[in-house]
Design a protein. Structure first.
Length: 98
């Protein structure tokens, strides 16, 4: 079953928990570009620690964000924004549709 899904070749995969942790931490640092996140993993100690000293390129970060968890991230951020608006911690701005 797994042999059909993973025919071999290509680069080694990254731990599935590491990529969302790196991306979410990058978002908290107002870093949204896959290339900037990939650079931060190479030069920023906090990113290195979160990534477990793995160094993903911008391509896997971008693919993971756009294909694997796009809907999940959108749902989570929408829920957080709605919560913040409800408790009056965040002003509703033109940039966010809640």
């Amino acid at each position: 079953m797994f042999a059909a899904a993973y025919p071999g070749g290509g680069q080694d995969s990254y731990h599935p928990q590491m990529l969302p942790e790196v991306i979410l931490y990058a978002y908290t640092q107002r870093n949204y570009s896959s290339r900037q996140i990939a650079r931060a993993v190479r030069v920023n100690v906090m990113f290195m620690w979160i990534a477990g000293r793995q160094r993903p390129d911008f391509r896997p970060l971008s693919r993971f964000r756009s294909k694997r968890v796009k809907d999940v991230f959108e749902a989570v951020f929408t829920a957080v924004l709605k919560f913040l608006v409800e408790v009056n911690c965040q002003r509703q701005s033109k940039g966010f549709d809640v």
